[in-house]
Design a protein around this ligand. Structure first.
Ligand code: BGC
Length: 388
């Protein structure tokens, strides 16, 4: 029987620490974000310990990202020592019986790439393609699962629509350019990956939305919410369904409604207010079923590449995880349409502009000595995996 992928997910900038060559660090240093990532969870040094945590959860897979900016600190100069670091990490995972899933791009760019206009400029994509072409032979025979891009919808909207991430703009043209350039780049990477690693399984992940719409007939809310949900859930996947993708990477956290309100800049009111300083989500495990239904028509395997519970209350996290698996159980047993689930996240980590306050982790981290401590939810996840 094929194995269902039970995993946890992380991303380089959120856990590694000292990512001094990427755009996030650059703008953190310039004071554009309230909190700096600093040493984060110090996972760059403690990667073996993290691998062992993944193993102790009973997971058979770990999704993590390779930090492009460490390898290509300046254009077209690749650092083999940094590649060796990731190869080491991957080898250790494999020794432990953990299937690596590599995210090639998880929100961060080398500083020089960002200063060239980042993903809004079509010709820039070639830098990323060349970097991936250089990297892939090192991963041969080691990595099968790839996510080319993590949530470009979140990336493009946070930077160019919602004024959430640098350059804090509200510019639909740039938003669209970044999105579309990333989609085109994914297609190029798909062809490249299949050429160099013919057995690879290649996905692309998007932040999926379940519309939060009460029965009240509020068209200022219903229309923008439905458009945003359609755009998030389908815009990219519909362009790949003719053969540029092996699995759909679905990421889901919260229901959402978007109401147009021209007194605001940008003129939208989100509910829940995902962007409020404390980050608020409206989290129901059952909503994952809605997402799975939404993606059914593509007739492609789905991997939930991220799903997790936001909050300090770990009892609620335990409840949430138990509920998730009650709902997913028939799909897991079937292991045909849904072929994997990755909990976000292994560790409490650097939650981008929100700093270290929002918690998703199965393990808490002492940011002085980087000691990891299992929360009860780690045990809940472990017991669930054991049953399969
Ligand atoms: C991102 C993660 C982030 C998580 C929780 C996802 O959109 O891929 O980087 O930490 O959501 O907000």
């Amino acid at each position: 029987m094929k194995k269902f992928l039970f995993g946890v997910a992380t991303s380089s900038h959120q856990i590694e620490g000292d990512n001094k060559y990427n755009d996030w660090w650059f703008y953190e240093e310039k004071g554009k974000y309230k909190t700096r990532s600093g040493k984060a969870c110090n996972s760059y040094e403690l990667y073996k310990e993290d691998n062992r945590l993944v193993k102790s959860l009973g997971c058979n897979s770990y999704r993590f990202s390779i930090e492009w900016s460490r390898i290509e600190k300046s254009p077209r100069v690749y650092d083999d020592k940094e590649i060796a670091h990731y190869v080491d990490m991957i080898d250790h995972m494999i020794e432990l019986g953990i299937e690596p899933m590599v995210t090639l791009h998880h929100f961060t760019n080398p500083i020089w790439f960002e200063l060239l206009g980042g993903w809004t400029k079509k010709t820039n994509a070639q830098y990323f393609v060349d970097y991936v072409r250089y990297l892939l032979p090192f991963l041969k025979g080691k990595v099968k699962y790839f996510v080319t891009f993590n949530e470009p919808n979140t990336y493009a909207s946070s930077k160019y629509l919602g004024k959430v991430w640098h350059p804090f703009e509200n510019n639909f043209v740039k938003f669209y350019q970044a999105w579309i350039n990333i989609i085109h780049c994914h297609r190029t990477l798909y062809i490249l990956l299949k050429k160099i690693l013919p057995n690879s399984m290649i996905g692309f992940s998007v932040q999926c939305i379940k519309p939060k719409i009460s029965r009240k007939r509020d068209l200022w809310k219903i229309i923008p919410t439905r458009i945003a949900a359609y755009f998030s859930n389908h815009f990219a996947f519909s362009q790949f369904s003719n053969g540029y993708i092996d699995f759909l990477g679905a990421q889901f956290y919260s229901k959402l409604s978007i109401k147009l309100d021209f007194r605001l800049v940008p003129p939208v009111k989100l509910s829940p207010d995902l962007l409020s300083p404390n980050m608020i989500f409206d989290q129901h495990a059952k909503d994952l079923l809605y997402i799975l239904k939404e993606l059914k028509d593509y007739k492609l395997p789905v991997i939930i590449t991220e799903n997790g519970y936001l909050g300090d209350n770990d009892e609620k996290r335990c409840e949430y995880i138990k509920n998730v698996f009650e709902y997913l159980d028939p799909y897991i047993k079937d292991n045909d349409y849904l072929i994997g689930y990755y909990y976000w996240s292994l560790l409490d980590n650097y939650e981008w502009g929100f700093g270290f306050k929002p918690k998703f982790g199965l393990y808490s981290v002492n940011y002085e000595n980087f000691e990891r401590t299992a929360k009860p939810s780690a045990n809940v996840y472990k017991e669930i995996i054991k049953k399969y």
